[in-house]
Design a protein around this ligand. Structure first.
Ligand SMILES: C[S@@+](CC[C@H](N)C(=O)[O-])C[C@H]1O[C@@H](n2cnc3c(N)ncnc32)[C@H](O)[C@@H]1O
Length: 207
């Protein structure tokens, strides 16, 4: 059987050359995505001891791992993903599609009456390459994460959400400004250049 050949531009090849992938391996992080959250937090100082967080699209668990480590275990997280995620102390993991109302309700039930300080979503849709299909899918995920934030955040809470630049983004950011005292759109350095992803970073939720 012939050997599988990788082209220089293949995803695996890019992963191998990516300095953040290499650094994540060295530092024992579950994903390179950790550096995006770290860079957002360095600028915005969102993470605070004893906070309650929801992490949607959490697998393999880099963001949850970062929050727990940064806050020295003083955090409670409910994490959700369609994919499995290895155990992390301080994290209640729910496996399921958060767009599914039963999973949505399960997240809210797991939180009980604890007001949430931070909802973070690093969810990315399965990209087809066709913007006409991908952008509405991405906006639906973003709007659903926003709905979860609105249904769970306490007064003053924060929301971090991956979005893809394109149709619908400006209206969404304007809507977010009506619910939060401060809203920024950030492109952390660890987010690959050429990738249309940016992050909404919204603070000071107004009930
Ligand atoms: C970029 S990864 C998240 C990486 C994570 N922040 C980390 O640091 O390890 C995006 C995740 O979103 C998940 N996802 C996509 N759609 C989802 C959905 N509807 N419900 C739950 N998870 C979803 C994917 O399975 C994937 O694990």
């Amino acid at each position: 059987m012939g050997k599988l050949r990788r082209t220089a531009g293949s995803w695996r090849d890019r992963q191998e050359r990516d300095p953040y992938v290499q650094q994540a391996r060295r530092d024992g992080w579950r994903s390179r995505a950790v550096y995006k959250l770290e860079q957002i937090n360095q600028k915005e100082q969102i993470l605070r001891p004893d906070m309650v967080c929801v992490d949607v699209g959490s697998a393999p668990g880099g963001w949850s791992q970062y929050v727990i480590k940064k806050l020295k275990g003083r955090a409670r997280i409910v994490a959700v993903d369609v994919l499995p995620m290895d155990f992390l102390l301080g994290v209640d993991f729910i496996r399921g599609d958060f767009l599914d109302e039963t999973v949505f309700v399960q997240i809210l039930n797991t939180l009980g009456d604890k007001g949430v300080d931070l909802v973070m979503s690093d969810i990315a849709p399965n990209i087809t390459g066709n913007r006409v299909v991908d952008q509405p899918r991405s906006m639906y995920l973003v709007e659903s994460a926003f709905e979860l934030a609105q249904r769970s955040l306490k007064q003053g809470g924060s929301f971090i959400c991956k979005m893809f630049q394109g149709e619908g983004i400006d209206e969404f950011v304007s809507d977010a400004r009506k619910s939060f005292g401060r809203v920024k759109v950030m492109k952390p350095k660890a987010s690959r250049i050429g990738n249309r992803e940016v992050y909404l970073v919204a603070r000071n939720y107004q009930l």
